[in-house]
Ligand binder design. Sequence first.
Ligand code: GTP
Ligand code: MG
Length: 370
Amino acid sequence: PETITVQELANRMAERAPNVIKTLMKMGVMATINQPIDADTAELVVAEFGHSAKRVSEADVLDGLGGADDRPDEMVSRPPVVTVMGHVDHGKTSLLDALRETDVVSSEAGGITQHIGAYQVTMHSGDKITFIDTPGHEAFTAMRSRGAKVTDIVVLVVAADDGIMPQTIEAIRHARAAEVPVVVAINKMDKPGANPDRIRQELLNHELVVEEMGGDVLSIEVSAKKRLNLEKLEEAILLQSEILDLKANPNRMAEGTVVEAKMEKGRGSVATVLIRRGTLRVGDIFVAGTEWGRVRAMIDDHGNRVEEAGPAFPVEVLGFQGTPQAGDDFSVVEDEAKARDVASYRQRKEREALAVKSARGSMEQMFAKI
Ligand code: GTP
Ligand code: MG
């Protein structure tokens, strides 16, 4: 059955929680501030306060999030979103740094850059590519699987002097599960022990057949350190992206994914959001996972303030009420009431799920002792 906590009920009526507790007592119900009360009781309380109650169903609350599909004539070409994956220390971040240096915009701007984990590189041709960095460490499996979900193409980085390692294999699995094409970057070609043929051979064991072996997977020999073949890699990515014919509707309320989120002193909760479709603007009200907010400011990967962000654009968003989690869905909603409703509904669901989990945990502990 539907329940609501005393605190939440108080919030929704904009009344103080102790007053709600008093009213409940008058009705013969003893409740603490965090106690859930059933919908019928809540409705009586609401009436006592002279408000009118409106029960909302799950559909009411979540409707409009992840809204309708776009018509083909609304679709506009967008840059590919490329996630860089691979084993720890194989050079993912170095490769991204090197690619960013080829960014015409960044070299013009003089390059005050921020580390937001997602970048958009503009090539000399004018084509743009959005890159997402992922850590290779095994503790970050969840992050990598989320990375594979928001992405159009995976660049698999393999160190030429090392070979296929556990996180390389895991990245291949993620890419396959997400049905995302892979471009292989055989990195550290400057190193004396570099053996790209062996890498291509080993990839066969994981059903990744590169062109040189008669397959259709592109593999580029690069060196992040010596800046070798970076343009070739970009061209390979663009070739893949042309085949995918990527499009999105920029003219709708924005939807996207939280790529990174943290609490910062003096700035509050900030999150890097990658827009999937629609356009995000300063002032927009949004829900992200169990949190909501209003866009106070947006900052691009060059540290510049921007007024709007369209499809495949990564921006740092300020104005969250709380800190969301990486991987959370981000949706603009029509007004604050809706945002509050959705966020509190999701928070309640999360609490309920946690309660079930901890109840299960203590049961297991109990049985373990017997
Ligand atoms: P994690 O994020 O920890 O998984 O590592 P990563 O894959 O991002 O690797 P990172 O870019 O941090 O590089 C790891 C080490 O390899 C650093 O010491 C780099 O300087 C070195 N490195 C990266 N690319 C190259 C390269 O092309 N040649 C050589 N010789 N060294 C490289
Ligand atoms: Mg790294």
